[in-house]
Write a protein that binds this ligand. Sequence first.
Ligand code: PRT
Ligand code: ZN
Length: 286
Amino acid sequence: MTDILRIAIQKSGRLQEGSLQLLKETGLSFSNGKDQLKAQARNFPVEILFLRDDDIPQYVEDKVADAGIVGENVYIEKQKNNALIKRLDFSKCRLSIAIPRSDTYEGIQSLNKKNIATSYPVIVKNFLDKHNVTAGIHEISGSVEIAPGIGLADAICDIVSTGSTLLSNGLKEVQVVMQSEAVLIASPQLTETKKQILDKLLFRIDAVQSAKNNKYILLNCPNEAIEKITTLIPGMKSPTIIPLGRVGWSSLHSVVNENDFWEKIDLLKSFGAEGILVVPIEKMIA
Ligand code: PRT
Ligand code: ZN
C-alpha cells in the first residue's frame, strides 16, 4: 500500500465537482458512485477518498490520507500539520465580515466590543488580533447569516460568493478577511514514492492549468507585420509562420494568455492581422 497516493476530496458540496473534474483532466480514470467511500484510479497509483471537507485536514495530519483538496479557508482554520501545495483556481470565494444594513461601519475599530458569529473562529481571532480589536466570537456551525436577525450577534464573518445570501438577510459586507479558493494540501512527511506520485500529478495539474489560461491563436497577416506580431504574441518559443498562397501574406500560429487576450486582439487588428481564430488548448507543457 505504500506505493499509492491517497487523495481526499469532498464527498458532496461545492468543492466536489471541481475536484473530480481536475482529477479527471489530469488523466485519472476512476468510478465515483454515490455512496462510495473510496475509488482506486485504474491508470495511476492514486486512491480517492470521499470525505466531509472539514475532516480532510485532520485525515491528512493523521496520514489516513496523503493529500486532499479543501477550501483555503478550511485549511487555514483547521491549523493542522498540512502543507499547502497548490492553489487550484476553482471554488473561489471570500471570507468577509457583514453587519446589518442599517448599521454604520467606520473601519475595523467599529468591531471593538461587538459580538461576531462565525464558523471560522480561528481566522476571525487572528484577524482581530492583528488589528488590535477585541470582540466576542460566537462559533456556530451553519446558517451564520441569521445570527444578527435573531439577536445572537452584532456581526457575522462568513463565506461570500455572489453576496445574495447577505442581501436577503438584511446584511452588508463591510470587510474582507481573506480570499479563498480550492487548494491542494498534503502531509509534509510523505515517503519518497508518494512524493514522486504527487510530483507527477502536480506536473499534470500545471499542464491543465496553463492550458486553461492560454489560447491557441491562428491569424493571417501581411509579411511586414510578422515582426511586430511576434513581439506581441511570442508564444511558447516563437510563433509558427507558414507562407500563404497569396504573395506577401503569412499564416501565424501562437499562444496567447487569457488575461490580456482582448487587448492583444485589438493591437493585432491594428497591425493588419485578419482571419483571427482562437481555439482552446487542452493540455500545455512548456
Ligand atoms: O458537507 P461538507 O462539510 O463537506 O460541506 P460544507 O457544507 O461544509 O461546505 P460547502 O460545500 O458549502 O463549501 C465547501 C467550500 O466551498 C467552502 O469551504 C469554501 O471554500 C467554498 N465556497 C465557495 C463556498 C462558497 N463558495 C459559498 N458561497 N462555501 C460556502 N458558500 C456559502 C456561504 O457559507 C453562504 O451561506 O454560500 C453562501 C454565500 O453565497 P452567496 O453566493 O450568496 O454570497
Ligand atoms: Zn464542511
